[in-house]
Design a protein around this ligand. Structure first.
Ligand SMILES: *Cc1c(COP(=O)(O)O)cnc(C)c1O
Length: 505
């Protein structure tokens, strides 16, 4: 009976499939607990419900109400009560501001402040709620094994995942970060993390090494079987997890309705969206929002000198055969943007065999080229990049002009937006810009940019105080007295040893 039921009605509950095999359909909870599809693909929604952008009810909603409305479209198999509980627990007093995502307007640019959560980066927007999805999903899936959440981080995901998953029942969280690739504040945030189920490991490599290592562990069948016989299964807190992506759609709608309320636009008017991009998760969320009815004129994808995406958007060729650069916007120091695969799925209209070809090509040659008919579809995107010195001068320029302090990632986005305006002449379209981190998270680069000179005699935490003094900004809770906390994690390993760690009891 159940089989028949499932056969006839299952498609209502199995709204997701793998980018590499459209026949592999799963529910949201399966997608969340697995993280990655067994074929190596990423789970994507099979369709997008429409949000009626002209419906004025949205203008009256709080962030939480809007989140429930939008997330309910994606959480097949969850009741409205469940979604409401997740949302109210995820977006509450743990955020600095009552409105969760405040918007700061500087002429046509509206900074969507996504960093008001506990770890001071936009990753909290998803990682405060993902653990709630996962605990409930494990119950729904009847999983009794311990879930080991593997996370590769360029700095911000790690802390946000630790914060979200610490002390969650039935879950162990393991974070890998590149030893020399994170800021001092980021490192201290992670290595001081409390919680018996938390593991923080530094690897001698860069973020791509960490991310590739994690993906390999996922795809190692034998190793997975070994783990399974020890009562453990893997999942992921990286943005390959569909449960990371959907909460990010909410804030683009929230920002849009905020602009309407501020009188900058009328319901239905188009806006530009600017996103400092690494793994392509955040910008993809805005694109998914667009598929649900968010009126977007241009998606502006900003990179640092690891500008693979800029080249891709300009040429249709994705090529990682280049030097990996370490920059002052480390959360974007990425050459392999995982979520681009989801974008390709959408561009190609679910062409899983094409995606398999492209991903094989990427794996074997480090490169792929889109077929001509898909290249033309890239025109709704604008790609640009900045150097570190441009990023620094942008921080200074924005501070001098607007008395507003932005972090290094947000500055990359702002500069690329300026380049976009210079190139296209589109200075009139109101624009939402993802402000992805607090300036206090990348204090050294921010303080030195504003002061205008190197501050080698001060450590990062003294610079936190100094930045606060100069700008009058209050030091956020997330960094306050962080340097006085006890270091609880000091493991450093070679990349090739990543696998061994899972055998930790
Ligand atoms: C993760 C991160 C990014 C990049 O976001 P993606 O979703 O990976 O493109 C940008 N800025 C900051 C501060 C981040 O933490």
């Amino acid at each position: 009976m159940y089989e028949i039921f499932k056969h006839r009605w299952g498609f209502f509950m199995e709204k997701y499939y793998s980018t590499r095999n459209t026949n592999d359909r799963v529910s949201f909870s399966t997608g969340v607990t697995r993280g990655l599809s067994p074929d190596g693909g990423l789970y994507v929604p099979e369709s997008f419900n429409n949000i009626d952008i002209y419906d004025e009810k949205y203008l009256k909603m709080s962030y939480q109400e809007l989140a429930v409305d939008i997330l309910s479209n994606f959480l097949d198999g969850y009741t409205k009560e469940e979604v409401t509980t997740f949302v109210s627990e995820a977006y509450g007093d743990n955020f600095e501001t009552k409105d969760i995502v405040p918007v700061k307007t500087c002429d046509k640019v509206n900074f969507l402040e996504l960093f008001r959560g506990p770890t001071l980066a936009f990753k909290d927007m998803a990682l405060q709620i993902l653990p709630k999805f996962m605990v409930a999903a494990a119950r729904k899936e009847g999983i009794t094994d311990e879930i080991v959440v593997l996370t590769a981080t360029s700095g911000d995901t790690g802390k946000a995942a630790l914060e979200g998953f610490a002390n969650k029942e039935g879950i162990k969280i393991v974070v890998f970060f590149p030893t020399d690739g994170v800021s001092e504040v980021q490192r201290m945030q992670m290595v001081t993390q409390a919680g018996a189920n938390t593991h923080v490991v530094a690897i001698k490599g860069n973020f791509d090494d960490a991310q590739t290592g994690v993906k390999e562990i996922f795809n190692d069948k034998e190793f997975n079987n070994l783990l399974k016989s020890n009562g453990k299964v893997f999942s992921s807190a990286n943005s390959i997890n569909i449960g990371r992506l959907v909460p990010q759609i909410v804030y683009y709608f929230h920002g849009y309705f905020d602009l309407v309320k501020k009188g900058q636009i009328k319901l239905g008017d188009k806006i530009n969206v600017v996103v400092p991009t690494g793994n392509f998760g955040n910008i993809l969320a805005s694109y998914y929002g667009h598929k649900m009815g968010l009126p977007v004129n241009k998606f502006i994808c900003a990179s640092n000198v690891n500008n693979v995406l800029t080249d891709f958007l300009n040429t249709g060729i994705y090529d990682i055969n280049r030097k990996f650069e370490t920059t002052i916007s480390p959360s974007m120091d990425i050459l392999i943007s995982s979520n681009l695969e989801r974008f390709l799925e959408s561009l190609s209209n679910k062409n899983d065999s094409l995606i398999n070809d492209l991903m094989t090509s990427l794996k074997t040659t480090g490169k792929y080229e889109l077929p001509t008919e898909l290249k033309t579809k890239l025109s709704s995107f604008f790609g640009g990049y900045t150097t570190d010195s441009e990023t620094e001068s942008t921080i200074k320029r924005v501070y001098d002009k607007y008395n507003y302090v932005i972090d290094t990632h947000t500055a990359v986005a702002y500069k690329v937006y300026e380049d976009y305006v210079a190139k296209t002449g589109d200075s009139a379209t109101p624009t939402l810009l993802s402000a992805t981190a607090s300036p206090f998270k990348f204090t050294r680069a921010v303080a030195e940019s504003i002061i205008g000179s190197k501050q080698d005699d001060l450590n990062d935490f003294q610079l936190v105080d100094k930045l606060s003094e100069i700008t009058g900004l209050e030091i956020p809770q997330g960094v306050y007295k962080l340097n006085e906390k006890e270091i609880l994690h000091d493991t450093v390993i070679e990349v090739k040893d990543m696998k061994k760690l899972y055998l930790i009891s």
